[in-house]
Design a protein around this ligand. Structure first.
Ligand SMILES: [Zn+2]
Length: 323
C-alpha cells in the first residue's frame, strides 16, 4: 500500500504517539558518568575546556556519587590526578593511589549500593611522559614498549579491584592487555576499550586529566580513524582474551563502527562520548547557536540507535535530570 492510503505522518501527530512508537530510548541507567579524582579535601576545580566538569577530591567525589545515584545513573568511570608522576607511572598501581583512595571511600558510601564503580586502567595519567605505557629508547628516538607495559597494567587493574572497583576498563590500547588483566582478575568484569581511535576529539579531556603526552602522539598504539575492519579485529581479540563488554571511543564521529561492532558481536557494547563531543555542543550552545538540551539528547540517542547499550557521557547528570 502506498500514498494516499499510507500516511507516515499519522503516527507523528502528538508527543504521546511519537513516544509510543519511538524505537530508541535513553534511560539514566544506561549512562556512565566520568569522574576525575584529585588530591586534597573540599576541592572542586572547574576544567576550563569542559564547562560543568570538575576535578574533585575524594570527599567531593562521594557527594557527586550520591547525587548520581539519586538521579538513577548507571555507573561512574573513575580517573585519577595523582599528586606526583614518574617515568613508571607508579601512582597507577599504588594501593594508596588517588583512585584507590576514592574507590574505598565510594565503597563505604550509600551510592555504591546502586552505582557501578568502574575504574579506568591506564598509565598516562601517572607517567611523567604522559604515554599509556613504558617508554624505551630506540635507534629512531623512542617507543612505547608493549610487553613490559602489560605487567604494570595488570598490577594496576589488580590494585583497583582490591580497592573496590566493580569493573576495570583498560584504555591503553596495548596488545594483549585484556589477557594480562584477566590473568590477574578471573572474577572482575572487564570493559575493553577495544576500538579506541587516535582522535583529536580527546583534546579537552587531556586538560581534565592532565594526561597530554609530553612528546609525540598516541598514533603508535591508538587506532587510525580511517579503519573499521581493524576495529572488528581488535574486538575479536579482546573477546578471545576475556573481555566482558566492548567499547568504541569516540562515539559520535564513529557511529558506523558502533553499528559494525553491534552487528558482529553479542557482548554488551559501550560507547564513550568524548570530551570534544561535549565541548563542541557546549560552545555552540554558549554562543546561542543551538539548544544544548535538544542537541545532547539527539546525540546520545543517535549513539544508542547505532547500537551502544551504555554511553559514557559528561552529560550523564544533566541528561538524567532532563529525562
Ligand atoms: Zn592512557
Amino acid at each position: 500500500m502506498s500514498f494516499p492510503e499510507t500516511r507516515m505522518r499519522r503516527l507523528r501527530r502528538s508527543d504521546s504517539l511519537r513516544a509510543l512508537v519511538r524505537e530508541t530510548s535513553l534511560d539514566p541507567g544506561d549512562l556512565i558518568y566520568p569522574l576525575f579524582i584529585c588530591p586534597g579535601e573540599g576541592v572542586r576545580k572547574a576544567v576550563g575546556s569542559m564547562p560543568g566538569v570538575f576535578n574533585v577530591s575524594v570527599d567531593e567525589a562521594v557527594r557527586e556519587a550520591e547525587e548520581a545515584a539519586g538521579l538513577g545513573i548507571g555507573g561512574l568511570l573513575l580517573f585519577g590526578l595523582p599528586e606526583s608522576k614518574d617515568e613508571h607511572g607508579t601512582g597507577a598501581y599504588d594501593d594508596e593511589g588517588i583512585v584507590q583512595q576514592g574507590l574505598r571511600a565510594l565503597r563505604r558510601s550509600s551510592a555504591a549500593k546502586t552505582l557501578v564503580l568502574i575504574a579506568d586502567v591506564c598509565l598516562c595519567e601517572y607517567t611523567s611522559h604522559g604515554h599509556c605505557g613504558m617508554i624505551v629508547e630506540t635507534k629512531d628516538g623512542w617507543e612505547v614498549e608493549n610487553d613490559t607495559s602489560l605487567d604494570l597494567l595488570g598490577r594496576t587493574a589488580a590494585s583497583l579491584a582490591r580497592a573496590g572497583a566493580d569493573i576495570v576498563a583498560p584504555s591503553d590500547m596495548m596488545d594483549g592487555r585484556v589477557a594480562a588483566i584477566r590473568a590477574e582478575l578471573p572474577e572482575t568484569p572487564i570493559i575493553a576499550y577495544s576500538a579506541k581511535y587516535a582522535s583529536s576529539f580527546y583534546g579537552p579531556f587531556r586538560d581534565a586529566a592532565g594526561s597530554a603526552p609530553a612528546f609525540g602522539d598516541r598514533r603508535g598504539y591508538q587506532m587510525d580513524p580511517g579503519n573499521v575492519r581493524e576495529a572488528l579485529r581488535e574486538c575479536e581479540l579482546d573477546v578471545a582474551e576475556g573481555a566482558d563488554v566492548l567499547m568504541v571511543k569516540p562515539a559520535l564521529p564513529y557511529l558506523d563502527v558502533i553499528r559494525a561492532v553491534r552487528d558482529r558481536f553479542d557482548l554488551p557494547l559501550a560507547a564513550y562520548s568524548v570530551s570534544g563531543e561535549y565541548a563542541m555542543l557546549k560552545a555552540a550552545a554558549t554562543a546561542g547557536d543551538l539548544d544544548e538540551r535538544a542537541a545532547a539528547l539527539e546525540s546520545l540517542t543517535a549513539i544508542r540507535r547505532a547500537g551502544a547499550d551504555v554511553v559514557v557521557t559528561y552529560w550523564a547528570k544533566e541528561m538524567s535530570a532532563w529525562l
